[in-house]
Design a protein around this ligand. Structure first.
Ligand code: AMP
Length: 269
């Protein structure tokens, strides 16, 4: 595995592969790898001849009061895991390289980036869409891999790919959960044992919402009942490439998101 920091070097490293018509898969990440990231990397490895993982804690998708400074970082462990998973290139640009002086060009995906996450995180998806477009331009992948865990993000990026005619296939893969049902997240390391226990309420409430929906009852009301006593940011059904019950809660300082797809889950039962 080669670790690359410079944008020009990343482009040059892929030039031969591109000329030879080899397929390139890109997995954009912010690091602190867990099995959710690794599931995307494995899929990219299985479906492409060249696998690029980007590791960039993107400052423009964090609000001023968010956890940018303390976001978990473990470069040595991430490198080891990426290498073990068969990654060809780990692309780790610096913030200064990605956002040079006087940077002022942004991608706004309008309706899909409104509501849900952006209520609590204004400007979040502008940062996400912009950094993804930059990564897509630098790497020019044939396929890009995202997790259903961030359902709104996947829909926003998919919309951008369609709207701006980007020549790549979006691959959105299922949420990886711990055995007890908690969706894996780099931010789970912030939780104390008691908070982690409380956090299980979130997947359980979404499950209750899904079951209510299957009975013809209101999924939002059922999920809200399950979340009583927690600090709830939102519980909502939105069309995120299919009807999706999505929620965000705050546990102590930590904000957790999760979702269930209503149609897919129903047809799987
Ligand atoms: P992040 O490093 O948190 O920006 O996540 C990088 C990619 O991994 C995003 O596409 C996420 O949606 C995806 N991801 C994060 N957590 C999970 C999970 N538990 N299951 C599947 N994909 C995930």
């Amino acid at each position: 595995m080669k670790t690359i920091r410079a944008i020009a070097e990343m482009r040059e490293s892929l030039a031969d592969a591109r000329r030879a018509g080899r397929s390139i898969g890109l997995v954009p990440t912010m690091g602190a790898f867990h099995d959710g990231h690794l599931s995307l990397i494995r899929a990219a490895r299985a479906e492409n001849e060249v696998v690029v993982v980007s590791l960039f804690v993107n400052p423009t998708q964090f609000g001023p009061d968010e956890d940018l400074a303390r976001y978990p970082r473990d470069e040595a462990r991430d490198s080891r895991l990426a290498e073990e998973a068969g990654v060809d290139y780990l692309f780790r640009p610096s913030p200064d390289a990605m956002y040079p002086d006087r940077f002022q060009t942004w991608v706004e995906v309008e309706q899909l980036a409104a509501g849900l996450e952006s209520e609590a995180r204004p400007g979040h998806f502008r940062g996400v869409a912009t950094v993804c477009l930059k990564l897509f331009n630098i790497v020019q992948p044939h396929r890009a891999y995202f997790g259903q865990k961030d359902a709104q993000q996947a829909s926003v990026v998919r919309r951008m790919v369609r709207d701006l005619d980007l020549p790549l296939e979006m691959r959105v893969l299922p949420i990886i959960r711990d055995a007890d049902g908690l969706a894996l997240s780099s931010r789970n390391v912030y939780l104390t044992a008691q908070q982690r226990h409380d956090a299980l309420t979130l997947p359980r409430a979404l499950r209750a919402g899904l079951e209510a929906w299957r009975r013809g009852a209101d999924p939002i009301a059922a999920a809200c009942r399950g979340l009583e006593g927690l600090d709830v940011d939102y519980v909502s059904v939105a069309d995120l490439d299919g009807p999706t019950l999505a929620a965000a809660v705050r546990i102590g300082q930590t904000r957790l998101i999760d979702n269930v797809r209503l149609e897919e889950e129903a047809s799987a039962s």
